[in-house]
Design a protein around this ligand. Sequence first.
Ligand SMILES: [Zn+2]
Length: 141
Amino acid sequence: RDDERPGPACYCGRHGCIETWLSGPGLAADHARHTDRAMTGEAIVAAMRAGDEGARATFARWLDRLGRGIAGIVNVLDPDVIVLGGGLSTIPEIYDALPGRVAPHVLGGGFDTPIRPSRHGDASGVRGAAWLWNDADAPAG
Ligand SMILES: [Zn+2]
């Protein structure tokens, strides 16, 4: 969105990369920019559940950004299922609210792709890396 430009600085040297918005540290930084309160992602989610308005607004911005990001993937790849990984994917509130945040940005307006948490939660990336390691060491044939 225009009010998000240029976006937070990213480690890659650019600004506004999706990681700077959707990662746990990205969520915490967005919250700090809007509330002047430095909190972890976990603390923001706990405050949201307790009804804190600033935390609720931060979570709503985060969901909107995640929805727009997923819509971009759906518009290009049209996957059969979307599996979310990482620590924030373990927030159950995501899964009811997210489809409504994706749909307005999907070409044609229809969106019924299932969105699921990864089976192994925030350990999925590490598990995948371990499997790649096994493949690299496996004997040919
Ligand atoms: Zn970047």
